[in-house]
Design a protein around this ligand. Structure first.
Ligand code: KIV
Length: 273
């Protein structure tokens, strides 16, 4: 089994991530939504764990990220934090919790930090939310930006297709990334954009750029853990590499259990008191 021995076992900080970029070391990031998965992902050496609002899809079965609430995100983040020793834990601010105004944004940001114990927050958007970003940063809360495909805006786009293929949208993305860096964000996620554009952003910015469906010339990668473990059968975008087929493994194991119970094989004499 390759790759899970981590040389540096110190707690990952936002500052360390910027140093990793300076040293040309790639950043590995994955999502997690509960204590057990947080423990496994952290123990395997992932640098950043995102408590993504993708929990709305993969945990709750919603078709978008929009319905998940602030309380539900705090519950997921608290559970993950309990399982993590080394990784930096970043929690998504859910849809509606920061778009109204800066005052409401910072109030909700403080609630997530206080109640979950996570290390940082992620917000979707560029110049449109820059005042809120600045207000939250001024409260001492580190922020990871998120540009490109922003699932909280799915009703505006009407599609999950690749973003910023046209020049005007690519230009806007570049200026949004510059604005987020200038405001003081410690990293930016770029989702589902052309690899050449992502590479340009990563080479221009001093803060780490983490890609999902944004090619290899960025400073790190993020995937949804349930997708890369093959737990979801139906989701197969081009950018997804499946590292396991846990859907088959779990279905086989549970099927065997059902059969053992029904055949009276389980429990046997050693499995009782
Ligand atoms: O919510 C999420 O899982 C995300 C990643 C796709 C970056 O935002």
């Amino acid at each position: 089994m390759a790759g899970y021995l981590v040389e540096d076992t110190r707690k990952v900080t936002t500052r360390r991530l910027i140093e990793m970029k300076q040293q040309g070391k790639k950043i590995a990031m994955l999502t997690a939504y509960d204590y057990t998965m947080g423990q496994i992902v952290d123990g395997a050496g992932v640098d950043v764990i995102l408590v993504g609002d993708s929990a709305s899809n993969v945990m709750a079965g919603n078709t978008t990220t929009l319905p998940i609430t602030l309380d539900q995100m705090i519950y997921h983040a608290t559970s993950v934090v309990h399982g993590v020793k080394r990784a930096l834990v970043v929690c998504d601010m859910p849809f509606g919790s920061y778009q109204v105004n800066s005052a409401e944004g910072v109030t909700n940001a403080i609630r997530i930090m206080k109640e979950s114990g996570c290390d940082a927050l992620k917000l979707e958007g560029g110049v449109e939310i820059i005042e809120t970003v600045k207000t939250i940063l001024a409260a001492g809360i580190p922020i990871m930006g998120h540009l490109g495909l922003m699932p909280q805006s799915i009703n505006k786009y009407g599609t999950y297709a690749v973003r910023a293929k046209e020049e005007d949208e690519a230009e806007k993305l570049l200026s949004d990334a510059r604005a987020l860096e200038e405001a003081g964000c410690f990293a930016i996620v770029l989702e589902k954009i052309p690899a050449t554009l992502a590479a340009k952003v990563a080479s221009e910015l001093k803060i780490p750029v983490i890609g999902i469906g944004a090619g290899g010339d960025v400073d790190g990668q993020v995937l949804v853990v349930n997708d890369m473990l093959g737990m979801n059968k139906g989701f197969s975008p081009k950018f997804l590499r499946r590292y396991a087929d846990l859907n088959a493994v779990m279905t086989d194991a549970i099927g065997q259990y059902v059969s053992d119970v029904k055949s009276r094989d389980f429990p046997n004499i050693e499995e009782q008191y």
